[in-house]
Write a protein that binds this ligand. Structure first.
Ligand code: TPP
Ligand code: SF4
Length: 251
């Protein structure tokens, strides 16, 4: 046991062993998503081809998390920055990582343009139903009735509109012959890994991939462990977890 503690946790090669403990709050979903992504990069042996972009929001705390070339940009611009890189270097496998605010609010036009043009990258949106980094305000995906800093009585859809369903929106505009579009959840990391595998293989084949991951933000939700996982279950009832678009030949 002591030997294990001295050795520290087993990290994927695609994780940066130099940085010590991650900067995410205890129990945050970002760490689970990124660790799974790093394991997938290892398993597909994409370590020398992957380029990782993180956005503003808590996703930016991953700027030194991955042991692959990384760039950080602001407000959903991670998407055009990464497909700019892959347009210039088609052999690279581009990954743009962001929150639901970055992906579906301020960066939504980039998401739409990337999807309709089948840009060659994987976009990952970590959906924790709030603006995490800035203190838990309502985001496009805040659920009906959900209390946030800016909806203290619960989200009223008559006033704010309905929550954005990113995966369904992207699926409706993506080219089925070139795309992979799915929603996964941190409640099942094995399934998340197989989803990331298909998404990254599709990018390596020159296609466009989008994966929305239902995530948790215990800090701003003000939830203990049990409440956090109960809330995630409620999210899974509202946001369907499935593969929406899968190009032929992708396994
Ligand atoms: C134009 C502008 N609006 C708002 C902000 C503040 N801001 C920075 S990060 C952020 C929230 C990001 O939330 P999300 O993308 O959902 O990611 P999370 O932190 O939840 O992972 C906001 C509102 C800003 N910096 N500039
Ligand atoms: S505020 Fe929420 S999303 Fe941000 S690191 Fe903490 S738990 Fe994670």
């Amino acid at each position: 046991m002591i030997e294990m503690l001295e050795k520290g946790p087993r990290l994927a090669k695609a994780q940066n062993a130099e940085v010590g403990a991650s900067k995410f709050c205890p129990g945050c979903g970002h760490g689970m998503i990124l660790k799974t992504l790093a394991q997938t990069i290892d398993e597909l042996e994409l370590n020398d081809k992957a380029i990782f972009g993180c956005d503003i929001g808590c996703s930016l705390l991953s700027w030194n998390y991955m042991n692959v070339d990384t760039v950080q940009t602001h407000h959903g611009r991670t998407t055009p920055v990464i497909y700019g890189v892959t347009r210039a270097n088609p052999d690279l496998v581009g990954i743009a990582y962001m929150g639901d605010g970055g992906g579906l609010a301020i960066g939504s036009q980039h998401l739409v343009n990337a999807a309709v043009r089948s840009e060659n990258l994987l976009i990952i949106v970590a959906n924790n139903t709030n603006y995490g980094m800035t203190g838990g305000q309502m985001s496009p995906t805040t659920m009906p009735g959900q209390k946030t800093e800016t909806t203290p009585y619960g989200r009223d859809c008559d006033v704010t509109g309905r929550p954005a369903k990113g995966a369904e929106m992207v699926a409706s505009i993506a080219d089925p012959e070139k795309s992979f579009v799915a929603r996964a959840s941190v409640s099942n990391l094995r399934k998340l890994k197989s989803t990331f595998k298909k998404a990254l293989k599709n990018v390596d084949m020159g296609g466009f991939s989008f994966v929305e991951v239902l995530s948790v933000c215990p800090l701003n939700w003000r939830t203990n462990n049990i409440q956090t996982w109960d809330r995630l279950k409620t999210m899974e009832e509202f946001f369907e977890v499935k593969e929406f678009v899968q190009r032929e030949g992708l396994e």
